[in-house]
Design a protein around this ligand. Sequence first.
Ligand code: NAD
Ligand code: ZN
Ligand code: ZN
Length: 366
Amino acid sequence: MVRKAKAALCREHNKPVTVEEIAVDAPKRGEVTVKLGACGVCHSDLSAINGTIALPLPLVLGHEGAGVVEQVGEGVSDLAPGDHVIFSFIYMCGKCRFCVAGRPVLCLEQGKALTTPLEGTPRVRDASGAPLGIFSGCGSMAEYATVSAENLIKIDPKIPLDCAALVGCGVTTGVGAVFNTARVEPGSSVAVFGCGGVGLSVIQGAVIAGAQRVIAIDTLEPKLQMARKFGATDTILFKEDPVKELKKLTGGGPDYAFECVGSGELAATAYRAIRRGGLAVVVGVAKPGDSTSVRTMTLPFEEKTLTGSYFGSCVPRVDFPRMLSLYMAGRLKLDELITRRYPIGEAPQAFADLQAGKNARGVIVF
Ligand SMILES: NC(=O)c1ccc[n+]([C@@H]2O[C@H](COP(=O)([O-])OP(=O)(O)OC[C@H]3O[C@@H](n4cnc5c(N)ncnc54)[C@H](O)[C@@H]3O)[C@@H](O)[C@H]2O)c1
Ligand SMILES: [Zn+2]
Ligand SMILES: [Zn+2]
């Protein structure tokens, strides 16, 4: 059965998204159709629009989604209609050396399911019948989505779907960068560059990990106020190079710094800020041509590390339930991350608000 669905599309780079009625095919073997409950508006969707993340267009946007299983294809045994699920925007083959070693964010097969289900042909078409891609194998900014079963993680139906959606990207990316990539130690000091949905999740993760000092840096004052609500102990309004101030605040530099914007220059700033033996983690996704630099001598003499974190180095089947149990225990704030909810018809406004830095997270609700 083909299902009609309203969806947010990117047809042309740097143009406002269009909201259109699309046709979503029934699931083939190994696939599942989900009726979306909510989809967060992540900066990575915006990066698909402005070409930073260069995927072929036209594209159904959305990768931070949660919903209810509507129909399962042949061979899908672990999901059934009525199950609540969160989308995972990485395809995990489960067989390559990285999947087997518990590092599915590095799955060798990922590239195969970037804009379609794994089988490689599109399941969505526009009103004229032309095929559409789906962002990161999800395309969850739509009333229905048909995706590979491996892109879905079953969750407790008690969790509200708008909160659950955030775990599908921003929250797991941020908290996971702290827990899995950096393994932040209790009592440490942490600097966070950029306080959007991802950076605020890094801040929350750092607080849960027991960091003693969490310093938030952003170019917008309202974002710093949000950062304090999520547990930042200090804030710096980014006007000029903040390295001196960070060194002063921490007596030599923070133990960890997280770049959550997507700029090589800021990655270099984060690296310069950390103390001897410190760790700087790049979470933001920069333009393909962007690069960064470090003073080479600081690598041996100061034993500093610069690394990256993709999707919080997570294992979705382990980390999604972990995030949700922290939420259920009242330790991870998800409701508070949602500044505004939008109907799908207001998707263009939701993106304009993201670009203007108005929201911790905006969420499309269906
Ligand atoms: N590594 C991953 O797996 C992963 C996953 C999701 C998102 N991302 C990336 O993380 C980044 C953040 O995503 P988001 O959804 O939180 O974005 P966002 O737009 O909601 O937040 C970005 C924040 O950075 C601030 N900012 C901009 N320039 C700054 C500067 N020079 N110094 C300090 N702050 C600055 C903005 O004011 C804003 O508050 C994006 O690049 C996104 O593509 C990466
Ligand atoms: Zn995202
Ligand atoms: Zn794999």
